[in-house]
Design a protein around this ligand. Structure first.
Ligand code: ADP
Length: 258
């Protein structure tokens, strides 16, 4: 079940350095929200707070709240590992486990969760690979290593691996930045399909991509180098691109900086 994300007054730190300040944003279930803005404004940092990956970095901490429906992800006693299971993540560079087979890559998370039944694993592998639009390309070579696939296929394999454990939210950190244009379009089509089932947040440097795949766009900016990144505005993607309320958004969208 896709969940609503509710971020309230979130600030994110690396030790003493405040990288992101005072962000409040709601992400609706079954929608795609794009985070855009110049490099260093904290998009990836903020994204990683949504599944408690940020705190893996020494000195990494947050102030504020992140709710998934009515569950506070940072409440005392919440297990970060279970949060990461609920909120899946796909990274910039496809990172399949290189020596594992395609099949084993997809079911890795399910096995970690203790699933052993071969038939259940087979069904989950097929369903996830179908969900990631990869099944027809790999169904006859499931035993081949994940690393034998093309970059675009590897990224779809990583998406299959992420959705195999049936997360409620899918976070994507520039998922197409290492891919060619055709693979990029395949991933964008896939994002469009996945939003029927998931809440999706995508960080992208590519403005056309944000315009193509997202329902909502959030623009982040830095007042100056060394200052924390802030959310400037968030709204329907068509509005943010055609009629933003803030000058900085307009300047960024029209390519004047960043
Ligand atoms: P964006 O994704 O918008 O390019 P980032 O979230 O990567 O921005 O970075 C935001 C700020 O946090 C930058 O000033 C960056 O240098 C800093 N930062 C990112 N990762 C780390 C880290 N591991 N340790 C310390 N500072 C970091």
């Amino acid at each position: 079940m896709a969940k609503r994300i509710d971020v309230k007054d979130l600030s994110v730190y690396y030790g003493d350095f405040k990288a992101v300040e005072g962000v409040s944003i709601t992400v609706e279930p079954r929608s795609v929200t794009a985070f855009i803005g110049p490099s260093g404004c904290g998009k990836s940092t903020l994204l990683r707070t949504l599944n408690r990956m940020h705190e893996v970095i020494p000195g990494g901490r947050v102030e504020g709240t992140v709710m998934l429906d009515d569950k506070d992800l940072y409440a005392p006693g919440v297990d970060p590992v279970s949060v990461r299971r609920t909120v899946g993540m796909v990274f910039q560079r496809p990172n399949p486990f290189p020596t594992m087979s395609i099949y084993d890559n997809v079911v890795a998370g399910l096995r970690l969760n203790g699933l052993k039944n071969r038939k259940a694993l087979d069904e989950a592998a097929e369903k996830s690979l179908q969900g990631a639009n990869l099944w027809t390309e790999v169904k006859d070579r499931l035993k081949k290593p994940g690393a034998s696939l093309s970059g675009g296929q590897q990224q779809r394999l990583c998406i299959a691996r992420a959705i195999a454990v049936r997360p409620q939210v899918l976070l994507m950190d520039e998922p197409c930045s290492a891919l060619d244009p055709i693979s990029t379009l395949a991933i964008e089509d896939l994002i469009n399909e996945l939003k029927a089932d998931y809440t999706i947040v995508i960080v992208t440097h590519n403005m056309q991509q944000a315009a193509r795949v997202s329902d909502k766009t959030a623009f982040f900016n830095l007042a100056a180098t060394g200052k924390p990144g802030k959310l400037v505005e968030v709204g329907n993607t068509t509005t943010i691109f055609n009629n933003p309320t803030q000058r900085a958004t307009e300047d960024y969208i029209s390519g004047r900086f960043g």
